[in-house]
Design a protein around this ligand. Sequence first.
Ligand code: C5P
Length: 212
Amino acid sequence: MIIAIDGPAASGKGTLGKRLAQHYGYRHLDTGVIYRAVAHELIRQGADLADETRAVRAALELDPDTFGDPALKSQTMGEAASVVSAIPKVRLVLVDFQRQFAMTPPGAVLDGRDIGTVICPDADVKIFVVADPKVRARRRALEARGRGEEADEAKILADILARDERDQNRPVAPLKPAKDAYLLDNSKLDIEAGVRAAIDIVEAVRAGRLRV
Ligand code: C5P
């Protein structure tokens, strides 16, 4: 089974996918990390984030061993990822990697922005996660402080809104729910409740109780 989790950068989205994967014994890929890794490489080279040639090369030479690098988690890297991810050729180069991951047994949970629409349009279950931007900003600030970073909640909110705007309006693979995605609003849910809600959706789809 393939489970696609998309949606704006709701904080904890990666955790939701990871927990869902653990629950079902599936593999998990937080696809945002891929774009963060490409951005990180460009920054390391001192290159412009909009440099298509270098961005494509970085995407082709992507090393999954670097996905755990804590430097990828920062708010700045999320912003930078949003810029490189708007380059159509970069997205194209990364399609196969993601599809291979999705199709490898025993099953997979992928989270990102375009999993249900572009990468795995035939995913068995698609969940589109949303949350109030103010709540997301608060969660991001708490996470950043937890990592020992300084966090200005108003700036984080402005960044989130700018990033959503860019993700939703780019010409290639814009952030939008697939027609057959189930909406999950986790503004008022903590991570445990969010995971339970997601499992309920998966179970209902599997039992044929939920249809779009
Ligand atoms: O989810 P995360 O915050 O790690 O994503 C960082 C950025 O990477 C997003 O704002 C988005 O621009 C881009 N992204 C994407 N497609 C994905 C995952 C992330 O365009 N599947």
